[in-house]
Design a binder for this molecule. Structure first.
Ligand code: SAM
Length: 228
């Protein structure tokens, strides 16, 4: 069986009892970066062999794991953070397993997008997850413009290097909307900021953006406290 196992996005305690149990029991853990997952394994006394799934030849790797699954091995798929397959390449192995009649199960847990939405205070009964914005300027702007068409809160992942650019594009293309920026969730410097795109640009001009970010845009948010 293939077990798709969510792992923490920062705080190592954010893992389920079932996830630990499964990681201890499998024949093999297919990880993104084995050094990263090794830290988690040390913390919980998990000794199953770790091997990298996500390298430059991921398709070749997926086929290798498929052979092992067909031979009756139990494999746990994990990524560096959160839920495998959500804006990381794990879905290919999951799809291949389904296509080949291998039983697949999920051990659900943390996902940065859902954690950010939960913390944001923005409407969460309807939301759209857009993953990472494209790197090329034209494609990025086009994707951002789609936000105007979304009914609910829109959630993006963003890198610290591009966050200011994205906020500037949102100011220009979306009429300076209200956004929530969450940073370093579950970690020491966890932060939530809310304001218009222009206010957040001003904030990150004064404070260098560091760490991991989730950006949320609410076309319907009305209360706009200024950022401290
Ligand atoms: N599979 C992961 C999940 O379930 O959330 C996401 C993997 S994606 C490659 C990594 C991105 O998730 C980061 O660039 C950042 O946007 C977001 N992320 C991961 N950990 C985070 C954290 N602790 N705080 C805020 N954002 C985080």
């Amino acid at each position: 069986m293939l077990f798709v196992v969510s792992t923490p996005i920062g705080n190592l305690k954010d893992i389920t009892l079932r996830a630990i149990e499964v990681l201890k029991s499998v024949d093999l853990i297919a990880a993104e970066d084995t050094r990263h997952t090794a830290v988690l394994c040390r913390e919980y006394g998990i000794t199953a062999p770790l091997t990298s799934n996500f390298d430059h030849n991921e398709q070749g790797k997926a086929k290798h794991f498929l052979e092992q699954l067909k031979a009756g091995k139990n494999i746990a798929l994990v990524s560096d953070a959160g839920t495998p397959g959500i804006s990381d390449p794990g879905f290919r192995l999951i799809r291949l397993a389904h296509e080949n009649g291998i039983p697949v199960t999920v051990i659900p847990g943390v996902c940065a997008a859902v954690a950010a939405l939960t913390l944001s205070g923005l409407p969460s009964d309807e939301f759209v997850f857009k993953g990472f914005l494209p790197v090329k300027p034209g494609a990025r702007r086009k994707r951002l413009q789609e936000v105007a068409l979304a009914g609910g809160t829109v959630v993006f992942y963003e890198s610290p290097h591009r966050i200011v650019k994205t906020l500037e594009d949102a100011r220009e293309l979306l009429g300076d909307p209200v956004l929530v920026v969450t940073r370093e969730l579950t970690k020491k410097f966890e932060e939530r900021l809310q304001g218009r795109a222009s206010e957040l640009v001003a904030h990150f001009t004064r404070h260098k953006p560091l760490g991991e970010f989730v950006l949320l845009i609410s076309p319907t948010a009305v209360s706009i406290p200024s950022i401290k």
